[in-house]
Design a protein around this ligand. Structure first.
Ligand code: DLZ
Length: 164
């Protein structure tokens, strides 16, 4: 979580393993794409900064955050990626819809993590307003896309190490 004490883009560069041999799938929701595009761009930039190759980063879109679950599942099934990063942004509205989408998407992505061997990184922003989302996609609290990219690299490194 981003706070005034924690910027989403700050991390210890030297603690991050090389991503040179890693393959990433990024899936992003079209809803609120003023937020999800910067999240995706932040992730791509950070993955490349740590050695990921352009040809090893697949990017796909789905209509809304709720579809991230199915989209991520299909990416896993494709066998073309080692990790999936899912980006969405749900902004609270006047009805309980916000809660259903947030809970459904979160539970769906969590479930994928338990049933497959591929880590699914949680890049869903759930905010009370658009300003809070802007703060977290390259604004004053950094970019959650950066944080997700680092998590993806570290989880793959973790898996590859315990398989040895
Ligand atoms: C319907 C809907 C609403 C109201 N709000 C959002 C949102 O803030 N962010 C988002 O990513 N998607 C939203 N959606 C769309 C749903 O995620 C989904 O695409 C539709 O309910 C169709 O399944």
């Amino acid at each position: 979580m981003a706070t005034i004490y924690h910027n989403l883009s700050e991390y210890d560069f030297n603690s991050v393993p090389s991503a040179e041999k890693m393959r990433f799938g990024i899936i992003m929701a079209e809803w609120n794409d003023n937020i999800t595009i910067p999240l995706m761009e932040g992730a791509v930039k950070t993955l490349k900064k740590h050695g990921a190759k352009e040809e090893n980063i697949i990017i796909q879109t789905v209509p809304g955050s709720f579809e991230l679950i199915f989209g991520a599942q299909q990416m896993i099934k494709s066998g073309k990626v080692d990790a999936v990063i899912a980006f969405g942004c749900v902004v609270r509205g006047d009805t309980p819809h916000f809660d259903y989408i947030c809970q459904g998407t979160t539970q769906g992505l969590a479930h994928l993590n338990t049933i497959s061997d591929i880590p699914v990184i949680y890049g869903l922003l759930t905010t009370n307003n658009m300003e809070q989302a802007e703060d977290r996609c390259g604004g004053k609290l950094g970019n959650k896309g950066d944080e997700c990219a680092i998590s993806a690299i570290k989880m793959l490194d973790y898996i590859w190490k315990i398989k040895i």
